[in-house]
Design a binder for this molecule. Structure first.
Ligand SMILES: Cc1cc2nc3c(=O)[nH]c(=O)nc-3n(C[C@H](O)[C@H](O)[C@H](O)COP(=O)(O)OP(=O)(O)OC[C@H]3O[C@@H](n4cnc5c(N)ncnc54)[C@H](O)[C@@H]3O)c2cc1C
Length: 381
């Protein structure tokens, strides 16, 4: 089915991106998983082809295209594997903070390199002691002359090891009441004194995705690296979370579609008791149930993408899509693995990797429980 917000231009773009990924990503993905890292050369190749931040202004290196192109990029990356999530995070989560709240000087300094892949970005909100309760972060930045002195620790940071530019959520006013009014966003550059990286974290899935701890010890961040205004960081984060959660929903939906397609192919080719497994009624009912769930998910998601592109505030509906589609994907991964029998548990079948990768989508970008608290509040409960 053709997505209603996509034109022929998007489909031409999709074809060339898929061709690019067939050459530059699919054949290496398993190796990247073993090495627990995507090489920087993949980023720069993406940049050369215009696949990094294509929506930003031409003067900063972008192509000023609509967000439908971002949807195509994220879907095609997810089709390769969920471990490429860091590219989407760079394009559509971190860089948008700079384009929305950065000064012209900051944009000129950073954005062109973000489009070429010379600069990989990350966003650091979560700390060892707090994730969901963002207003309670302890990392603080105190102004001292022309610098902020940043102290604290972050964890679970996507692109943590490779990042050159990190948007760090911190307290510039640790005593602010209410707490969230003390939160600001500081941009920390790779070689800033006092900044170091901790462990590269060993995860259940997303093996090629780099996830790490970041440490700031009397880290001297130039005053001009403040993003937007002091004390408005929490507000900025809330404003951008709609897009972040929509991206997670897009990835989950794409993963479900991929898993179903692979499973249909498998059950048609595998025989038991003298006939294809696809001919058992249980298999058919499971497949039908998943196909129905996926079809409904796609219809809802497409509507939300179209509304997001129109600039509508759809926080409640995006929170619904985020929890529901990631929850569905997790259940679909388990059903698809079951229908593969023993082979589903073997690494040579992609369903095994998908099964490991998908549960995190219910956890990051705000847990599914937090999505439900947002929806409940917005329903007036
Ligand atoms: C692979 C991966 C990549 C990540 N990438 C990033 C990144 O790039 N940048 C970043 O800043 N963070 C990142 N995160 C962190 C992620 O956003 C947090 O893990 C998530 O927000 C949950 O926070 P927490 O782990 O501290 O869990 P907690 O907040 O401690 O939650 C524990 C449990 O309690 C539940 N809970 C908490 N509060 C409530 C409530 N009010 N009502 C009901 N239930 C509640 C949660 O839903 C969860 O089930 C990443 C995490 C992972 C696993």
């Amino acid at each position: 089915m053709k997505h209603p917000y996509l034109t022929d231009d998007h489909e031409i773009f999709r074809k060339s991106l898929r061709k690019f990924l067939e050459k530059e990503a699919y054949p290496f993905y398993e190796k990247w998983e073993e090495e627990r890292m995507i090489p920087r050369s993949f980023w720069t190749k993406m940049g050369e082809q215009g696949y990094l931040c294509p929506d930003i202004d031409e003067q900063y290196g972008g192509s000023e295209v609509d967000w439908g192109f971002a949807v195509v990029i994220n879907e095609e990356l997810e089709r390769v594997g969920s471990g490429l999530v860091g590219v989407g995070l760079h394009n559509d989560i971190v860089v948008p903070y700079i384009t929305a709240y950065g000064t012209d000087e900051q944009k000129k300094r950073w954005l062109p390199k973000c489009t070429t892949g010379e600069m990989i970005t990350a966003i650091a909100m979560t700390e060892p002691g707090t994730g969901s309760d963002l207003a309670n972060i302890q990392t603080n930045a105190i102004l001292d002359g022309d610098h902020y002195i940043l102290n604290g620790q972050k964890t679970f940071i996507t692109n943590g090891i490779q990042s050159d530019l990190i948007v760090v959520a911190c307290k510039t006013d640790p005593k602010a009441n209410p707490k969230h009014k003390g939160v600001s966003l500081l941009v920390v550059e790779r070689d800033t004194p006092g900044f170091s990286r901790g462990r590269k974290l060993n995860k259940v899935g997303l093996h090629c995705q780099d996830t790490a701890e970041l440490i700031f010890e009397d880290c001297r961040v130039p005053k001009e690296n403040l993003l937007g205004e002091e004390g408005k960081g929490f507000l900025y984060l809330m404003e951008k979370l709609q897009q972040e959660r929509l991206l997670v929903a897009i990835a989950a939906q794409t993963a479900s579609e991929v898993m179903l397609k692979q499973t249909i192919e498998y059950v048609k080719s595998r025989e038991a008791f003298g006939k294809p497994v696809s001919k058992f009624q249980n298999t058919q009912f499971k497949i039908v149930e998943m196909a129905t769930e996926i079809e409904m998910g796609r219809a809802f998601l497409d509507q939300l993408i179209a509304e997001h592109i129109e600039g509508k505030d759809i926080v409640t509906k995006v929170s619904m899509a985020k929890w529901k589609l990631t929850d569905s994907a997790r259940k679909i991964a388990a059903e698809c693995m079951q229908l593969h029998g023993g082979y589903g548990y073997m690494e040579e079948y992609e369903i095994a990797r998908r099964f490991r990768d998908i549960p995190v989508a219910s956890i990051y970008a705000g847990t599914n429980e937090i999505m439900k608290t947002i929806i409940a509040k917005n329903l007036g409960l």
